[in-house]
Design a protein around this ligand. Sequence first.
Ligand code: ADP
Ligand code: ZN
Ligand code: ZN
Length: 736
Amino acid sequence: MGSSGTPVIQVAVPSPLRRQFDYLPPQNKAAAALLAGMRVRVPFGRQQCIGIIVGKTAASELPRHRLRRIIEVIDTAPVFDNEHLEFLLWSAGYYHHPVGEVIMNSLPALLRQGKPADAAGVQHWSVTPAGAGFDAQTLTRSPRQRILLQLLQQHPGGLTAEEIDALDVFSRPALNALVEKELVQVRQRLHHEMINHTPAANIALTPEQGEAIETVSSSLHHYGCFLLNGVTGSGKTEIYMRVMHEVIQRQQQVLILLPEIGLTPQFIRRLEQGTGTPVAVYHSGLSDRERLNTWLLARDNRIQVILGTRSAIWIPLQAPGLFIVDEEHDASYKQQDGFRYSARDLALVRARNANCPVILGSATPSLESINNRSRRDFREIRLSQRVADASMPRLLVLDLKHSVMNGALCGTLHQHIRNTLDKRQQVLIFQNRRGYSPAYLCHECGWLATCERCDKLMTLHKHRRLLWCHHCDRQSRIPERCPGCRHDMLIEIGHGTERIEEDLKTACPDANVVRIDRDTTRRKGSMAEMNEDILSGKADILVGTQMLAKGHHFPGVTLVVIIDVDSSLYSTDFRATERMAQLITQVSGRAGRGKHEGTVIIQTHFPDHPLLRILLEEGYMAFTSRLLEERRESGLPPFRFMALLRAEANRLTDCESFLHEARTLLDNRNRQLDIAGPLPAPMERKAGRYRMQLMLLSTSRRTLNESLHALLPDLEGSKLARRVRWSIDVDPQDMM
Ligand code: ADP
Ligand code: ZN
Ligand code: ZN
C-alpha cells in the first residue's frame, strides 16, 4: 500500500479498461495544485498519453515505488467543473463503458490532443455593401476573384476558409485582393453571427401554443420533463423559441439538440431571429477549431444558445436553464458504435442535475416517452392543430396485389403524379433505399451479387458503376458477365432512389427531378442548394430516403408517395413497426404544409394489415397504444429494461464460448434476470467477422445495472475475452 504523504493522483486515460490509473504528481508540482478536470500527460505502458485528473487518494492499490509520475500538467485550471465531471462519471457507470474513453471522447478533438483550452477566432469573409452591388463580371482579368466574389455575393452571411475550401475555390491571394479593393471584408469570429438583428414580426400564437408556453414557463425553476407531442406543422419550434427567450432573459443557457439532418443554415437563422440571440453550433461538419470555440464559449456562458447534434450533449454549461430535444424519437440520438449512449436520455439526466426543465418535442414520440407519461416528473403537452389553417393530408392506400407496375410505381400512381405536376405543385417520393437496385442477378443461373464478408446482397450503384455493400462499405466493379456461368444476362432487381429517379425522368421528361440521399448530398453545401431549388419551385419531383422525412418545410409539396412499407411490417426487429409508423407520419407531415391540401399515397401488398389500418384510420397515438399492448405482453421495452452483450470475432465458436461463459456467470449469481442467447446477431457476419449476442431483460433497472456491474471484472479477466471484441449496449435501439 502506498504510504501517506503526497496524495496519489487518479487519472482517466483513453483505455478500454474500466478503471482509472494512479500516478504521482510531477517532480516540480505540489499535489495541491493538481485539480480534478485538468489534463495531464502521463506514461502509459511504453507510451505516453493525455488523460484527465478525476480525483486524489491517500493510498493506491499499488505500492508507492511502482507508481509512475505524471509527466506534464497541461492546464492551469480544470477544463470543466466538478458537476460536469460527476455527469461524465455517472454516464460511464450507467452505460458500463470505460471511463477514460467516455471522458476523453467527450472533449473536442483539439483538447484531446493537448492543445490549449483557449477560444480563438476563425477567419470569416463576407461582402461589403460595395461588394454586394459590384458586377463581378467586370473582374475579367482575375477569374479567381470573380468566382470568389460571386460566391460571397450568394452567401451574404459570409463564409469561413473551410466552407470556401469545401467548394474547391479557396485562394488566399485572391481573397486578399478583394479585401484590398474593399469589396470583401474579413473578420475573426468566435461563433455563428447573426445577419439580421431585427427580430421577425411577432406572430399571433394559437391558443394551444399559448397554453404550452405558459405551462413550461411557469416551471422554469425546477426539473420536469415536458413531452411536446404536436402534429407536424403545429408550431413546436415557435414554442421552443418563446420559452428559450425567457431563459435567455434570466441570463441562463439553452442546449437544443437536433437530429443530424435537421441542422440546416435555415434553422440556425430562424432560431437567431426568433430568440434575438446568436447561436453557437456543434456538429460533425465543423472544423476542430469551431467545435472547440463553441465548447469553450458554452462552458464559460459567453454564448447562451447552443444548437447541436448528438455529441453536443457533452458540452459543459455554466448556467444551464433549459434542454430541448427536437424529434426526440429519432434513432440518431443513440450512438450505434463505441460508446453507445443516448443523447436524449442523457438530456433528462442533465436537466435533473441542473434542476431545470427539459422539452422533448416530436410529432411521433417514441414508445418510451409515451409510456413515461405516467411518471410524476413527466408532463405531456398536446398540440393537435396545424397552425395557419393548413389541414392534415388525405391518406390513400394503393393495393399492389394484381396491379400493373410501371417500375417501382403502380400505374395509377403515375396519373396522380401527372395531375399534381399539371397544377404546378410538387411531388415527394420516398424510398428508404439508396442506390440503383438492392439486388443484381444472373437471369441464366441465378447467381446473386453478395458481399463475401457479410453474406448480404450488394447494392448496384449504376451511376458510379459499382456494387456496394451497404453493411461494410466494400465496393467492387460491376461484372460484365456472370461470374458463375459467363452469360451476360445480368438484371437489376428492385428499386433504389437512383433507379426511381431514372424511371421518373423517362416518364415525366419535362419535370425537374431532384434526388436527395446520402450519395447526392455528400458534398458540403449540396443539401442547401437542393433545398433552395425545392423552395424556389425549380424542382418538380423530389425523390429521396429518410433524409427527406425530417424537419424540412416544403410548402409546395402536395403529393407524397411512400413506395414500400411492406418490409417493415414483417421485420425481425421489434422496433421496425414503430419506426415505420413514425416514418409514415413524418413523411406525411411533408404534404400540404402550404396553401393546398395534401395527399399521401402508400403502396402496399398488405392493405389489411391490422397495425397499418389502425395507423391510417385512427392515427399515430392509437397505433402506439396498440403497439404498447403488444410490447407489454411480450415483456419488451419499455416494459422491461434491456441490455445486450455483444461479441465479435473471426471465429463463430469464439463468440459462442465467450458468451456462454458470461451467461454462466450471470446465471450463477441468481438474479431475477431474463437471459436469451448466445444468439447470432441479425447481421451474423459483417466485414468478415462473426457476431453474436446475449440479451438481458429485467423489470428492474437496478437488477440489470448491478448484474452488469458485477459481471464486468470477470469478463475483463476472462481468457476467452481475448479472442473476441466485446461491448455492452444498454437500452439498445437496434439489434444489428
Ligand atoms: P413544427 O415544428 O411543429 O413542425 P413549426 O414550428 O416549424 O412546426 O411551424 C410550422 C410553420 O408555421 C412555420 O413556418 C412557422 O413559422 C409557422 N407558425 C408557427 N406558429 C405560428 C402561428 N401561431 N401563426 C402563424 N404561423 C405560425
Ligand atoms: Zn449466371
Ligand atoms: Zn459487406
